[in-house]
Design a protein around this ligand. Structure first.
Ligand code: ADP
Ligand code: ZN
Length: 441
């Protein structure tokens, strides 16, 4: 890894390294301002009651206000959350709709500028600098990962290639022709592109100039980070965001790669027990609930992200005051229950990607046979092991079963699949297929 780490410098030192007290003072001011603005939106006029800012004396008073859910956004689609006249809007994005009907998010000029600045802060923090060539392998269009990163990279002064997702051969050609040093790519595509490169005989460490990769937009494990770092010869930084909060740039890893700094000058953070909506103690897993502090067109108050994470205790050696989130474990909706045990797909991934003979794709299929739930984990193996004899494959299958059982506490069926044997998705990966019929077959 050859990332130049310049820990002493910040994109915006005033807001990155101010004291906790000063940060909280800033948050309080911005929260009051946000509430005044939010009161212009038809939805909030109704739900927050008159003059909601009068109920806020300290930041903890935010708990006196109701939460906002994705269903609220859907019900008020398209304009119910809008706080400015339509002629002040310059952009709209629509969430990719991974979990149901899409929701729209609106931006004024000031919102787009502030978002670009936050993104530039993220990229700068990881060591990207003018002179770097940035290839954005994220889908453009309504998905915020494309334009979000694009504007941030331009703001920072990187030579920005809006490559978009897919067309792997051309991606590799661009990387070669323009000596790409920094890339943004969703984790499942990073894994798929590894296979394409291997097939074409491209060794990125020998043939390319990559040094930094931003991976986000979907959950992935530490094991995937390690695979991607080892194959491409890059440092991988975790990138978290959601359309409702602008898009990417909400929380991002610094050079220490030890959790994601959430930008608390722009977002007020709560981590709540998803059942009781009471705050959980620092360090405990809960649902991330965010309030925008600087959005103009469409502020959101106490938005339930459904993403499960925890606040990491302690200060970061980089000197930033903004607290760190642990890797997002997944959405509360991703969790499935098998024989009474709660399981997240990422637990399966963590086991699989730690086994070197396992290839870069897998799928979990849940089914019901004779009223018994069955989980099958379909696992692509590497080319190398595929040509080995049956006994080797059987040994691998046993090993995977054993390790999954010890992680999940239920025993899955494991089906080994030839390399490239499983279907691939454009966009975010679909790792779980639940074919169980709740009414019995
Ligand atoms: P959709 O909700 O339709 O997928 P978005 O593109 O807004 O639309 O997706 C945001 C969601 O993607 C987040 O709420 C989170 O569940 C997931 N996500 C984004 N970044 C990460 C990340 N770094 N790790 C895990 N999950 C992520
Ligand atoms: Zn840090």
């Amino acid at each position: 890894m050859n990332t130049t780490r310049n820990n002493a410098s910040y994109w915006n030192p005033e807001v990155e390294t101010l004291s906790r007290t000063a940060l909280e003072q800033l948050q309080r001011e911005r929260l009051l301002e946000t509430l005044r603005r939010a009161a212009q939106a038809p939805f909030y006029r109704n739900s927050l009651g008159p003059e909601p800012w009068r109920r806020i004396h300290s930041l903890d008073d935010i708990r006196r206000l109701p939460v906002t859910t994705k269903d609220d956004l859907r019900a008020a689609y398209p304009y119910g959350f809008l706080c400015v006249p339509k002629d002040r809007l310059i952009r709209l994005h629509v969430s990719s709709g991974t979990t149901g009907q899409a929701t729209a998010v609106f931006y004024t000029q000031k919102d787009v500028d502030a978002w670009a600045d936050l993104m530039a802060r993220c990229l700068y923090m990881t060591g990207a600098r003018p002179g770097d060539v940035f290839q954005n392998l994220s889908g453009y269009g309504l998905f915020t990962g494309g334009l979000g990163f694009h504007y941030g990279a331009e703001r920072l002064g990187l030579l920005t290639i809006p490559a978009g997702a897919g067309n792997s051969k051309r991606q590799i050609q661009l990387m070669r022709d323009f000596s790409t040093t920094v890339m943004h790519i969703i984790p499942s595509y990073a894994l798929r592109l590894m296979d394409v490169m291997a097939e074409m005989g491209v060794d990125p460490k020998r043939d390319l100039h990559l040094r930094i990769a931003y991976l986000g937009a979907e959950p992935y494990s530490e094991e995937v980070r390690r695979r991607v770092e080892a194959f491409y010869g890059v440092s991988v930084f975790n990138s978290y965001g959601l359309s409702e909060m602008n898009g990417p740039g909400v929380a991002f890893e610094c050079a220490y790669q030890n959790g994601l700094h959430i930008w608390e000058d722009a977002y007020l953070v709560e981590v709540l027990d998803p059942k009781t909506l009471e705050p959980v103690p620092e360090g405990t897993l809960g649902e991330l609930v965010l309030t925008t502090l600087s959005r103009e067109g469409m502020p959101l108050i106490r938005y339930r992200t459904k993403d499960l994470t925890r606040i990491l205790p302690g200060d970061c050696p980089c000197g930033r005051v903004h607290r760190r989130l642990d890797r997002i474990q997944g959405r509360s909706d991703d969790m499935f229950i098998l024989k009474g045990v709660n399981i997240f797909p990422i637990q399966v991934e963590q086991v699989l990607m730690g086994i070197p003979e396992v290839g870069n794709n897998y799928r979990i299929v849940l089914d019901r046979h004779d009223n018994v739930d069955v989980m099958t984990v379909e696992v692509e193996v590497t080319d190398k092991i595929f040509v080995e004899d049956m006994r080797q494959l059987q040994r691998l299958q046993k090993k995977i079963t054993k390790e999954l059982k010890s992680e999940l506490l239920v025993t899955p069926e494991v089906r080994l699949v030839e390399p490239h044997g499983l279907p691939r998705n454009e966009g975010k990966a679909v790792r779980l297929m639940d074919r169980r019929n709740p009414y019995g077959a």
